[in-house]
Design a protein around this ligand. Structure first.
Ligand code: SAM
Length: 233
């Protein structure tokens, strides 16, 4: 089945509210579990959450790793406002979480400053997926730990229907629609592997982690010999 892109930003208030009020704890816990398994060493320094939406994972990350400062970035003010409200409830996290409204490629982010880059469910929104990989290579420090999780595009429309039925049966119609559109807009692991090769990130692993999710993970390699920005002294 061919990919059908969906709108990039979730900047409609009703859509953002329905998303922010839905319980995504199963997927968001899976994300945090995967990060913990992949990167068991002490996690400190600066982290970046790309397409953070209402910031549930951003805040989970900040709670789990008290030695980290995390920046969450999203292009949709409507979504980010729900994140700001959630952050207001967490007095203990406010010094270590910054929420930024900006659309990728996000020129305000300082190149090479992040030790950890995370992102959940952004990739399938992007009309040009190379934007995500360029942002990762531009913003991460050499050796940074990367975890991207996203939906997998099923092979057939009837598989899409079955997943919507299974995971969104009791959800509001708006969310059912968005989940269906997201499955249709998602990439396959083969397509992602090809994107990674194009971005020079072929060392990252693409792994299926549930019936509808894959992760892309690994460390950002340092500058290679011959790269124009490498210092030789
Ligand atoms: C499905 S939501 C995921 C939110 C959050 N990461 C989560 O796991 O709940 C995707 C988010 O990506 C944002 N987004 C899409 N394209 C973007 C872009 N080009 N730049 C910044 N944010 C973008 C949308 O506005 C939306 O909030």
């Amino acid at each position: 089945m061919e990919r059908t892109p969906e709108p990039e930003l979730m900047d409609d208030l009703a859509q953002a509210r329905a998303y922010a009020e839905e319980d995504f704890s199963e997927a968001n816990s899976l994300f945090m579990e995967q990060f913990g398994k992949l990167y068991p060493q002490p996690v400190t320094g600066r982290a970046l959450d790309l397409g953070c939406g209402p910031a549930d994972i951003t805040l989970r990350f900040a709670r789990a790793y008290p030695g980290c400062h995390i920046d969450g970035i999203d292009g949709a003010e409507a979504m980010l406002n729900f994140g700001r409200q959630a952050l207001e409830q967490e007095a203990g996290l406010q010094q270590r979480v910054t929420l930024i409204c900006e659309r990728l490629p996000a020129p305000s982010l300082t190149p090479g400053q992040y030790q950890h880059i995370i992102s959940n469910s952004l990739l399938h929104h992007l009309h040009d997926p190379s934007l995500l990989w360029q942002t990762v290579t531009g913003c991460a420090r050499p050796g940074a730990s990367i975890l991207i999780m996203d939906l997998l595009r099923p092979d057939t429309r009837s598989q899409v229907d079955a997943l919507v039925e299974r995971y969104a049966e009791s959800a509001p119609d708006l969310l059912k629609r968005d989940f269906r559109n997201s499955l249709l807009a998602a990439f396959t692991p083969e397509e992602v592997a090809q994107q990674l090769r194009g971005a020079g990130l072929e060392n990252l692993a693409v792994t299926r982690v549930s019936d509808r999710h894959m992760t892309i993970s690994g460390y950002l390699q340092g500058p290679r010999s011959g790269d124009p920005f490498q210092l030789n002294n």
